[in-house]
Design a protein around this ligand. Structure first.
Ligand SMILES: [Zn+2]
Length: 464
């Protein structure tokens, strides 16, 4: 159709072609509408199909102990005070649902082993169980299924690599405390005559290099690169590999040189795993540990590292939209509340000035001796009231009897009082936890669900 015709068609000037043009147009529109309708019908047919497109790869992230008050706290902690609106965090942008976490009993309060077994296998079990049901029978895990399908598999954690959460994806044992046997299973339990995990980054060297067995050497003999120094991580170029960067514990993020070490390891893992379809588990293990201590500055630094890891994973999904990102927590820890003692205030801004977790701070104060108040100010910037000064001094004076533990508790009491942070427990609590997702298959995780539903849904996405 010529442009003249188009002009004349929409012109108010009479045109001898007008009638014919209108007929042609109506016919064209009818044709287009019919085509569009049939396209829609095809799409609808596709949408109602029992098998929606499946992700090529899966990134599964778990914030250990990260109940909903931690992510609310992080939003206020991260807020830029120079702008009026409160900035949304990556958690706010990826939130899709909430999950219940209870174990297979009526205590309602889970530990990390039962919760991780639910998240890894889709089955409820008892507290302490690693990849086994209530009768201690092994349950197939998502990571095992992925390996059977030929995926690359990876575990990236800030705890021991054989700690409850990662262990529940790889091992099958009646108690999370049997650390040596769990480590043995990482090497001995095979799929297609190979260990199940192609990349392991975390800590726990003391469980893998023991007097009775040197698993690291055995991994090396199977072709794994072995790393024990975190600075070697950037030199790692190929799989399989195992990097254990501390005897038992990586330092807390707040005490580390690399304050986003989980994000660093996640970035490296994605670059190594993505040559083929892959299943990657990333755990921010120490949110839970800071929660057990009731150390809010420590917890915020861990949540920040997890947020940065989520950002790394989301960037990967943006570049590879055929990937699923799913993230959640295994349970809530500590009964954290933002506001305490009847006061209508929570003060996250003071937390950014605290540059250490409570345990190394206690050791620094003890080492400083007479000049401990100067050290306190350098490391916390919290002004000491007369009462707080006296309480800290008393705890310093009693160091022999309590090995600094009372001093650590006193430090945390002051930080919590000064920021109006409340805690109801040194253990876990039963609130639902947030669920985050994006990428292919993420529609399966919307609304309320049980933690077992998350694993069951991922199993359907892994079905061949
Ligand atoms: Zn815990």
């Amino acid at each position: 159709m010529s442009s003249n015709l188009l002009i004349s068609m929409f012109s108010e000037r009479p045109c001898r072609w007008n009638y014919d043009v209108k007929v042609i147009l109506i016919l064209m529109m009818l044709f287009c509408c019919t085509a569009t309708a049939s396209e829609h019908a095809t799409l609808e047919h596709t949408n109602t199909s029992p098998s929606p497109p499946k992700p090529i790869s899966i990134i599964y992230l778990i914030g250990d102990g990260m109940g909903p008050s931690y992510t609310s706290a992080y939003r206020y902690y991260q807020d830029d005070p120079n702008t009026a609106p409160i900035e949304r965090t990556v958690f706010d942008e990826l939130l899709v649902g909430m999950a219940s976490t209870y174990p297979k009993d009526t205590t309602w309060v889970t530990d990390s082993a039962a919760a991780a077994t639910a998240l890894a296998t889709g089955h409820k079990t008892y507290n302490g169980a690693i990849g086994v049901d209530n009768n201690k029978k092994p349950l197939p895990t998502l990571l095992e299924k992925a390996k059977e399908l030929g995926y690359n598999t990876g575990l990236v954690v800030t705890s021991q690599i054989n700690h409850a959460t990662p262990a529940s994806f790889v091992a099958h044992i009646d108690s999370r405390k049997r650390y040596d046997e769990i480590a043995d299973q990482y090497l001995d339990s095979r799929i297609a005559n190979r260990p199940k995990v192609d990349l392991m980054l975390g800590r726990g060297l003391s469980y893998f290099q023991r007097t009775d067995r040197d698993l690291l050497t055995e991994f090396n003999q199977l072709g794994y690169q072995t790393l024990i120094d975190y600075s070697q991580l950037k030199t790692l170029q190929s799989l399989p590999a195992i990097g254990l960067f501390a005897a038992k514990g990586l330092e807390h993020a707040i005490d580390s040189d690399d304050k986003t070490r989980l994000a660093t390891m996640t970035r490296k893992a994605l670059s190594l795993l993505s040559a083929t379809p892959f299943f990657l588990l990333v755990e921010a293990s120490q949110i839970d540990w800071c929660g057990h201590s009731n150390d809010i500055a420590c917890a915020m630094a861990e949540v920040h590292d997890f947020a940065e890891s989520l950002i790394v994973a989301r960037q990967y999904v943006q570049q590879h939209p055929d990937t699923l990102l799913i993230a959640t927590a295994d349970h809530n820890t500590g009964g954290l509340s933002l506001g305490a003692e009847g006061k209508y205030v929570w003060r996250p801004s003071i937390l950014k000035n605290i540059t250490t977790s409570a345990n190394p701070l206690a050791l620094s104060l003890l080492k400083s001796d007479e000049s401990w108040q100067k050290t306190w100010h350098q490391k916390t910037k919290i002004p000491l009231t007369k009462k707080w000064r006296a309480e800290l001094q008393a705890a310093m004076d009693n160091r022999e009897q309590n090995r600094g533990i009372r001093l650590e508790q006193q430090i945390l009491k002051i930080i919590n009082q000064h920021s109006y942070t409340g805690w109801t427990s040194h253990g876990h609590t039963a609130e639902d936890v947030p669920v985050y997702s994006t990428g292919r298959g993420s529609d399966l995780f919307r609304g309320y669900m049980d933690n077992t539903t998350i694993a069951k849904a991922i199993f359907t996405l892994l079905a061949p």
